[in-house]
Design a protein around this ligand. Sequence first.
Ligand code: GLN
Length: 496
Amino acid sequence: MSSRTSILEHARRVREGETTAVALLENYLERIGRHDGALSCFQGTFDDVARARAEAVDARVAAGEDPGMLAGVPVAMKDNIVSRGERTTCGSRMLEHFSSPYDATVYARLIQAGAVPFGKTRCDEFAMGSSTEHCAFGPVHNPWDTNRVPGGSSGGSAAAVAAELSPVSLGSDTGGSIRQPASLCGVVGVKPTYGRVSRYGLVSFGPSLDQIGPFARSVEDAAALLSAIAGVDVHDSTTIDEPAPDLLTRLHTPLENLRIGVPAEYLDEGNDQSVNASVHAAIETYRELGAEIVDVQLPLTDVGIATYYVIGPAEASSNLARFDGIRYGYRAQLRSGETLSDLYARSRGEGFGPEVKRRIMLGTYVLSAGYYDAYYKRALQVRRLIRNEFTSVFKHCDVLLGPTTSAPAFPLGAKSDPLSMYLCDRYTVNANIAGICGVSLPGGFTEVDGRRLPLGIQLQAPALGEETLLRAARMFEAATEHHLVRPDLDFTTGTS
Ligand code: GLN
């Protein structure tokens, strides 16, 4: 298998009988068997169910039918997206044995497109984190350097694609959890416009911020996967009633008169030097491609984290109230003399990990009667200002360019202080706060301790601007080779 085969090419081969969906799946399962011991990207794979699914695709081909745009393409999903009868743990003891009675809309749409979902990838507990170290079942390792984190919270989905344990995958992004791990693992990760993709069947963290989106090794693969899952859904009233975007027809046609806005605040001196160097190189690349570079300002960049850590925890604290030890999830053993309140308290106390508890406490506090106006209401007002700031900046440019993260992947255990972890999302949270779309792309490399580590650059576009966003991304990708470099998976076998 060529490592550069696109998913549309895989699907074409399956449809035309040049290969089979089963062979494609086996190839990836075999790679997982070889490499995932060192990486722990997967919480679990559903080999038999996936084989049956792949066989069904092959049977349709044999019967002369068209199984769909993603015929036979294996897809890994973050372990917070539910599927019937398959375990979804959310990286939490609370849901360690949970399997859903229904399929997420994205899951159903993948099957409809002929894809073969085959496993769930590790994530931070309830998607809260930036390193996947908050997963109750153990961390994921970065394929570029297994002593380092893959980013988070969708670290398993990002690392799986970087290590080619799955051709593409799905993650969720509440404040950066697709773009940040994509950046740290050297893959493409897209956070769609709020409402572009149904959240039905995504375990809620901050429902006004959450979006599901793709990880891929190329912009085209990401566009294909996003096309398959996007669009209005009767099960999610926040989906936007717009036709699913056509992201593929003109993807490879360069945009004319493209205006790239570079916010002064994004080239902060506090960023790792290699990060600023990669953004400057990207600016040059776009200039050579004929784009106009526009200097812009986004002064509210710095208040994003504070705003996010009021709104996100507020929503999380009310959402996670459903995990009470009664309805579903972990239930503590009642000891004699204990009451119903003890059951609630101990089930939640034992089922949730420390970061989730921190968020619940923070959220409960900012929503409490005495503090609602001072914190939650205030944060919503700042949210409006952030949104307005993007709207006015997008009058002067089509997309914004900057870094995804301020530094490359950090060592496991390096950020034990919660605030330093929260600051990882400085450049990503505002897109969620404003509901706009963004993508992280491979933007270069730096060398740390003798290991090559990827750096991501981020593009952002207005709400529903995915076509422009991805065409601009593709222009950069076509002019550079960063996305073609793969990590050397010599930690287990001596070969990749
Ligand atoms: N790192 C951020 C957090 O911990 C964002 C997480 C996410 O996007 N799911 O909340």
